[in-house]
Design a protein around this ligand. Structure first.
Ligand code: BGC
Length: 743
C-alpha cells in the first residue's frame, strides 16, 4: 500500500506546512508548483495506438453505462471499464450491475464522512483536503476510478432537499473548500466528478425545469466553485445536471459544456451525465457530453449514446472523428489515474481507524455553538449523577437513509453512544425517545418520485412517549434533547415544504424544559429550520450535522469541553422563509421555468443588502472562549490591479481555554457604480489561539478577487476606487474596518 504521506502532493505539503492555513496564500503558492497531473497529452501516442485498433461498437461502448456504475472497456486492448462510485458521504455500497438493489457484498463497508454542509462549517481548507484524501484512499481500496463527488451547487433556498449534501450559499467559501477537496481526492489516482454542473439548486421538477438567470449571477454565484475545480484543482470530470439552463438540458448544453467549460476554462477531462439526464443522441455528443449514465429500463444498449449512436454514425449523422474525440478524452483520464498502464497505482485502504479519525476531526470542527447564555456548556458535571438524553435523534442513524447515495458503514456513533463513551461511568444516562419519526404514507409519495414537496411528517407527539420523556427529565439532574431532522426527511428528490421542525419536537422541548430548566438542546440537521421560538426559549443551543462515523463522539467531546466548538454556519438561518431571497422574490420553485429573480443577492448578500435581520447570520458560531481582534491593517493603502493585498490581524484569546477562531474578511464598496451586495466574503482563516495568548494571521486577497463580471465586455473587471475591508467573527460581528484603494 502506498504510504499516505507520500501521496500528498507538493501542493498539500505547502498548504499544510505551518500552523495555519491561509486560504489565499494557498493559491499563490499553488501556482508555483505542479501539483496535479497535467491533463494534456503525454499519452497522445498511446491513445492514438488504441483508437486505431478499436471498432465503432467498441468506441461507443465506452460512451455509456454498461452497468449502473461503470462504462464499457475493451478487454482485448487492455482498456478496463471505468468504475464509478457515489458519493458525497463516502464510498457508496456496491450496487447491482443492472438495478439499484444493493449487490449484497460483505466487503463494501466504508467510512461515513460528515456531509458537505458540515465540512463547510469547519471553514478549514485543511479539513477539505483531509476529507478528499481520506475518501480517495477508500475509493481505491474498492478498486474504483471515479468518485461522484464533491457536490458543490449553491444553497439557493433553505428548503432544498440536498442542502445537507451541498456546502454553502457563498461562492467564495464554496470554491476555497472545493479545490483542496478535489486535489486531496485526486492525489490518490482517482477522478473527482464535480457535480451537478450547473444551476441545479432545487429538487422540485428537477428533471425538466429551465433555469433563467442573468450572466453576471451565473458567473459570480453559481460557477466559481466549478471554475476553480477545473482550473485550479484540475478536476478530471464534471457531472452534467438534470435540469435545463436557458432552454437547453445541461447534458446537451453547448454554451455550458463547450463554450464555458472547455473553450473558456480549458477543461480537458470528461463530462458524465447525471443518472438518466440525457435526452438526445447526436446533439448530446456534439454539445459536449462524453458519457451517458443512467438506470436501464430494459438494457443499457438502449441508452441515447449506445445503439442509437451507432445507428447515427452509420447513417452519417455524426462523424467517427467526433466520436473519437470523446473516446480519446476518456482514454486520457484513464491513463491519468493509472487505470491503464499504471504500475504503481494507489492501492488505498478502507474503514481504517485512521479514516475514522479523519471523519472525527472534520466532525469536531463542524459543530456550531449557537447559544450559551448561561455558560451551561461545557457541561459542569460536579454533583451531577444523572442525565436525561431525550429525542429520536439521540439514536437515529443517517449513513443510509432517504433517497440517494449513502454509505454502508460499520461505525456510526450516535449522540447517545457518544455520551455513553465519554461520560464518566458513575453518571446514569436515562434515555427516552420523546418524539417518533413518522410520515403520512399516502401524501409522501413512493420512493423515487421526484415530488413537488417532501415527505409529510406527523407532528403530533405520542402521549406515552411524551409522558416518558417528561418523567425522565424530571428524574434527572439535567436534560439534553437531541432534535432537528434526519436524512429521511431531508433528502434528494424532494424539497422540504416548510422550515418547521417536524414530529412535534418543539412541544416536546417546551415540556421537557418546563420540568427541568437545566435543559440543553442539540439540533442535528443539514439545512436551516425555523428555530425562532426555540432560540428565544433555550439558553443553550448547539447545532450538529449528519456528521459521519464519529459524529456522536465529536458531539460529546464538544458538550464536555474536550473540543472547543469552532464551526460557523455556512448559510444564513432566516427568521422565516419569506425573508430568504428565492422566496422573497417569489421565484421558488417556479414551474417549468425558474427565474432567479434575486440575481447576485443570494444568501447573506440579500439579507445584508436589504437590511433584513436573520436569526443567525452566515459565518456565525460561538466558542467557549472569547477573542479580540487587534491591530488590523493592510500592507499598503493603494494597490494596482495585479497586486495582492495582505491583511493582517492579531487574534487574542481573552478567555480561559484554548480555541480556534475563523477570521472572516468581507469586502464592501459603498460607492460602486454597479449593483453590489452590501458585503462579500473575500478571505478567511481558521487560527488556533491558546488561552491568554495571541496569534497574528495574514490573509492575502489578490486584487482580482474584488472583480465583478462585466456583462458588456464579458470580462472580470476590478472597479477602481475605495473599498472597505471588514474583519469579523461572523458576517454580522464585524470587529475592524480598513479602507483601501485600487488604482
Ligand atoms: C444524483 C447524483 C448521483 C447519481 C448516481 C443521481 O440521482 O443526482 O448525484 O451521483 O444519482 O447515484
Amino acid at each position: 500500500m502506498k504510504n499516505k504521506i507520500i501521496t500528498l502532493s507538493v501542493f498539500s505539503m505547502l498548504l499544510f506546512s505551518g500552523n495555519q492555513v491561509n486560504s489565499q496564500t494557498v493559491k499563490s503558492k499553488k501556482t508555483k508548483v505542479t501539483t496535479v497531473k497535467s491533463l494534456t497529452s503525454k499519452y497522445d501516442v498511446q491513445i492514438e495506438k488504441l483508437i486505431v485498433q478499436m471498432t465503432l461498437e467498441e468506441k461507443i461502448g465506452m460512451l455509456h453505462g454498461n452497468s449502473m456504475f461503470s462504462t464499457g472497456g475493451v478487454k482485448r486492448l487492455g482498456i478496463p471499464e471505468l468504475k464509478m462510485a457515489d458519493g458525497p458521504l463516502g464510498v457508496r455500497e456496491e450496487i447491482s450491475r443492472d438495478s439499484w438493489a444493493p449487490a449484497g457484498l460483505t466487503d463494501d463497508f466504508a467510512t461515513y464522512y460528515p456531509a458537505a454542509g458540515a465540512l463547510a462549517a469547519t471553514f478549514n481548507q485543511k479539513m477539505a483536503y483531509t476529507f478528499g484524501n481520506s475518501v480517495g484512499q477508500e475509493l481505491r481500496a474498492r478498486d474504483k476510478d471515479m468518485l461522484l463527488s464533491p457536490a458543490i451547487n449553491i444553497v439557493r433556498t433553505p428548503l432544498g432537499g440536498r442542502t445537507y449534501e451541498y456546502m454553502t450559499e457563498d461562492p467564495f467559501l464554496n470554491k476555497k473548500l472545493t479545490v483542496p477537496m478535489v486535489v486531496g481526492l485526486q492525489d490518490n489516482d482517482v477522478m473527482a466528478c464535480v457535480k451537478h454542473f450547473a444551476a441545479n439548486n432545487q429538487e422540485t421538477n428537477r428533471d425538466f425545469y429551465d433555469v433563467q438567470m442573468d450572466e453576471r449571477t451565473l458567473r459570480e454565484i453559481y460557477l466559481p466553485a466549478f471554475e476553480a475545480a477545473v482550473k485550479e484543482a484540475k478536476a478530471y470530470s464534471v457531472m452534467g445536471a438534470y435540469n435545463k439552463f436557458r432552454g437547453e438540458y445541461l447534458c446537451e448544453n453547448d454554451y455550458m459544456l463547450n463554450t464555458i467549460l472547455r473553450d473558456e476554462w480549458g477543461f480537458k477531462g470528461i463530462v458524465v451525465s447525471d443518472w438518466a439526464a440525457v435526452h438526445s443522441t447526436v446533439k448530446t455528443l456534439k454539445n459536449g457530453l462524453d458519457i451517458e449514465m443512467g438506470t436501464p429500463t430494459t438494457k443499457f444498449n438502449e441508452f441515447f449514446l449506445a445503439d442509437k449512436l451507432i445507428a447515427a454514425a452509420k447513417a452519417g449523422e455524426i462523424s467517427e472523428t467526433e466520436i473519437d474525440k470523446h473516446v480519446k478524452r476518456i482514454l486520457n483520464v484513464l491513463f491519468q489515474v493509472k487505470a491503464i498502464g499504471g504500475k504503481d497505482r494507489v492501492k488505498g485502504s478502507i474503514s481504517t481507524e485512521a479514516h475514522y479519525q479523519d471523519a472525527y476531526k472534520i466532525a469536531s470542527e463542524a459543530v456550531v455553538l449557537l447559544k450559551n447564555e448561561k455558560n451551561a456548556l461545557p457541561l459542569k458535571l460536579d454533583g451531577v449523577k444523572s442525565i436525561a438524553v431525550i429525542g429520536n435523534n439521540a439514536t437515529k442513524k443517517n449513513a443510509l437513509a432517504g433517497f440517494g447515495a449513502g454509505v454502508k458503514t460499520k461505525r456510526e456513533i450516535t449522540p447517545l453512544e457518544g455520551l455513553q463513551n465519554r461520560l464518566p461511568s458513575y453518571i446514569k444516562i436515562n434515555y427516552a425517545e420523546g418524539y417518533l419519526e413518522r410520515y403520512e404514507e399516502k401524501k409522501t409519495g413512493k420512493l423515487g418520485d421526484i415530488t413537488l414537496s417532501g415527505p409529510v411528517t406527523i407532528d403530533q407527539l405520542d402521549p406515552a412517549k411524551l409522558q416518558e420523556a417528561i418523567e425522565t427529565a424530571k428524574n434527572s439532574d439535567m436534560a439534553i434533547v437531541f432534535a432537528g431532522s434526519n436524512r429521511d426527511y431531508e433528502t434528494e428528490a424532494s424539497d422540504r415544504r416548510s422550515l418547521k421542525l417536524p414530529f412535534g419536537q418543539e412541544e416536546l422541548i417546551n415540556k421537557v424544559r418546563a420540568v427541568n430548566p437545566n435543559t440543553i438542546v442539540v439540533l442535528i440537521a443539514g439545512a436551516p429550520f425555523d428555530i425562532v421560538d426555540l432560540s428565544q426559549k433555550s439558553p443553550t443551543l448547539v447545532w450538529s450535522w449528519f456528521n459521519g462515523s464519529e459524529g456522536g463522539n465529536a458531539l460529546a467531546d464538544v458538550l464536555l469541553g474536550k473540543v472547543n466548538p469552532s464551526g460557523k454556519l455556512p448559510w444564513t438561518m432566516p427568521k422565516k422563509i419569506e425573508d430568504s431571497p428565492a422566496h422573497a422574490t417569489n421565484s421558488f420553485p417556479g414551474d417549468k421555468t425558474v427565474t432567479y429573480k434575486e440575481g447576485i443577492l443570494v444568501g447573506y448578500r440579500w439579507f445584508d443588502t436589504k437590511k433584513i435581520e436573520p436569526l443567525y447570520p452566515f459565518g456565525y458560531g460561538l466558542s467557549y472562549t472569547s477573542f479580540a481582534f487587534e491591530n488590523a491593517k493592510t500592507d499598503k493603502k493603494l494597490y494596482a490591479a495585479n497586486e495582492t493585498i495582505a491583511v493582517s490581524v492579531t487574534v487574542k484569546n481573552t478567555g480561559k481555554v484554548d480555541g480556534q477562531e475563523v477570521v472572516q474578511l468581507y469586502a464592501a464598496k459603498s460607492d460602486s457604480k454597479i449593483e453590489r451586495a452590501a458585503q462579500e466574503l473575500k478571505g478567511f482563516e481558521k487560527v488556533l489561539v491558546k488561552a491568554g495568548s495571541s496569534e497574528t494571521i495574514t490573509i492575502q486577497v489578490p486584487v482580482k478577487e474584488l472583480a465583478y463580471y462585466n456583462i458588456e465586455t464579458k470580462k472580470w473587471t476590478v472597479e477602481p476606487g475605495n473599498y472597505t475591508f471588514k474583519l469579523g467573527s461572523s458576517s454580522r460581528d464585524i470587529k475592524n474596518e480598513i479602507q483601501i484603494s485600487i488604482k
